[in-house]
Structure formats: structure tokens, C-alpha cells
Design a protein around this ligand. Structure first.
Ligand SMILES: Cc1ncc(COP(=O)(O)O)c(C=O)c1O
Length: 275
């Protein structure tokens, strides 16, 4: 397939990256940029654009954008809040306390998990940014992260940008996934430092029950890796199934964190609010 304008340059030598600009100026990208594979959604969007220009009626199954609007109540509250001049300054870097309190109370109501809004909840600019920055804080050169395969592209990019390495393990069978994690920890040196989980899983839709997380915590303690649970689809489940929270497993808070978002369950993807 031909490279599109959205693809990142692939370069075999990370220390010789050069992109031509105007008038012979050379933009020298950081070598970490060359660790990234082509941005899949960029490629899909450019193919989509091309097909639509050719007159094809294409159904977009690319990025999971909500098709419905947020609830009227949410939009009204936004309009009201926008009229308050006090709301246009910088907010606290970890998010306003009342919002963090609401997140903590939702976690208690829905999952029976007690979180301290002062010290255990922060607001981030969407969960993608949250877990990408968390990877920057936790992983560096030589560190390995296990991610689910097939993978949501950002799970791999977040680790690659942090200069870490990625092992993607097949997610279809949850028991096998667990034993593959154990096997990887036993045979890789240095051991994996990080495990990224994502249930309900995008793109495979695989789900798990709460016992799965109990096993994850045991493995994390046995092999010494940390866990990032990407719980983006916490509120998107059907036929009575309630996705369990990783944090509800005993000991989970000792070994990991969980990210949730307003993007999916509340149709607020453009608002960029995650926790
Ligand atoms: C698995 C997964 N995690 C995270 C996100 C992004 O969520 P946010 O809008 O909170 O950054 C998505 C969005 O498609 C997703 O599919």
C-alpha cells in the first residue's frame, strides 16, 4: 500500500531522521518518533476520504466515535457553566475536587470500590492521554510492556513513545492470555515491567469476569509488574452484562491503576475528559 500523508516516516536508523521542509530546511524529529508504526487511523481516514471522493458510500468502522449526542442535561449544564466567568481560568492540575468526588462516588456505587478523591483520583484530558502519560512515567528504555493483541493502536504507541518495548499477547482466550503472561514473565529477561489490560476489549469485544482480575493481581505480585487497566468501555455493555472493575479485585490498588472516560458511555469524546 502506498504511504499516505498521514503515515509517519519509517527509518531504519533512528539517529539519522530527517524530513525535508521548505527551502531546504531539515526538520530533525526526535528518534523516538521513528519507533512508531504508521498511524492506523490516519491511514484508514485517508482511504475513507479517497473512497468518498470517488462517490462510494462508505460505512466508517474506524475510530470509535459516538454517533449519538450527549444527553440534553449535559449540554444544558455546559451552556450554563460557559456563562460563568469563573470557569475560564486554569483548573487544578489534578482536576476540580467535586468532579473527583463524583468519580469516587460512582466507583463506590457501581463497583463497591472506595477511592479517596483527594489522593486516588485524577482528571485527565481523556483516558488516552492519561495512560500515555502514565506509560511515560512508568516505562523507559529497555522496559517491556505486555499489551493485548489485537491491540488498540494507542496501547502500543504509548509504550513505544516512552522508549519501551512491546509484547502483544493474543487476548481471545482469557485463560490462555493469563498463562501466556506467566510464561512471558518466566522467560523474558529483564521481566516485563508493565501489563496493559483493556476489558471490554477493543477491537475484539472480549470480556472478563471479576475472577480474572484476581488472577492478574496474583501474577503482578508474583512477577513484579504493574498494571494499567484501560476501562474505556466500562459503560458500554449489553444484555445485563456489567463489566467488572480491575480495582475491585483485592490488592489491585497495590499493583495498578485504572482509566475511565466520558467519551464512550456518555457520547462526550470531543470533550476530552477521562479519569
Ligand atoms: C480501548 C480504548 N481506550 C481508550 C480510548 C480513548 O478514550 P478517550 O477518548 O478517553 O481518550 C478508546 C477510544 O476509542 C479506546 O477504544
Amino acid at each position: 500500500m502506498a504511504m499516505s500523508e498521514y503515515d509517519l516516516p519509517q527509518h531504519p536508523e533512528p539517529h539519522a531522521p530527517k524530513v525535508s521542509g521548505e527551502a531546504g530546511f531539515q526538520v530533525q524529529l526526535a528518534s523516538r518518533v521513528y519507533r512508531l508504526p504508521p498511524y492506523l487511523f490516519g491511514r484508514i481516514n485517508s482511504l475513507l476520504y479517497q473512497k468518498r471522493r470517488e462517490g462510494s458510500d462508505v460505512i466508517d468502522l474506524g475510530m470509535g466515535n459516538p454517533t449519538d449526542p450527549p444527553s440534553e442535561l449535559v449540554v444544558e449544564k455546559l451552556a450554563e457553566a460557559a456563562h460563568d466567568p469563573n470557569n475560564h481560568g486554569y483548573s487544578k492540575s489534578n482536576g476540580i475536587l467535586n468532579l473527583r468526588r463524583e468519580v469516587a462516588s460512582k466507583y463506590f456505587r457501581k463497583y463497591g470500590v472506595r477511592l479517596d478523591p483527594e489522593s486516588e483520583v485524577i482528571v485527565c484530558l481523556g483516558s488516552k492521554e492519561g495512560f500515555s502519560h502514565m506509560c511515560l512515567a512508568l516505562a523507559g528504555p529497555g522496559d517491556t510492556a505486555i499489551i493485548p493483541s489485537p491491540y488498540f493502536p494507542v496501547h502500543m504507541y504509548a509504550v513505544a513513545l516512552a522508549a519501551g518495548n512491546v509484547i502483544a499477547l493474543e487476548v481471545a482466550d482469557s485463560q490462555r492470555f493469563l498463562s501466556n503472561i506467566a510464561y512471558t514473565c518466566q522467560h523474558l529477561y529483564p521481566r516485563p515491567k508493565l501489563l496493559i489490560l483493556n476489558y471490554p476489549h477493543n477491537p475484539s469485544t472480549v470480556t472478563v469476569e471479576s475472577e480474572f482480575y484476581v488472577e492478574v493481581v496474583k501474577l503482578a505480585k508474583r512477577y513484579g509488574f504493574m498494571v494499567i487497566s484501560d476501562f474505556a468501555y466500562a459503560d458500554v455493555a449489553f444484555e445485563g452484562y456489567q463489566p467488572p472493575s480491575f480495582l475491585a479485585a483485592r490488592g489491585a490498588r497495590d499493583v495498578g491503576v485504572e482509566f475511565t472516560t466520558m467519551s464512550k458511555g456518555y457520547n462526550m469524546a470531543g470533550w476530552r475528559i477521562g479519569f
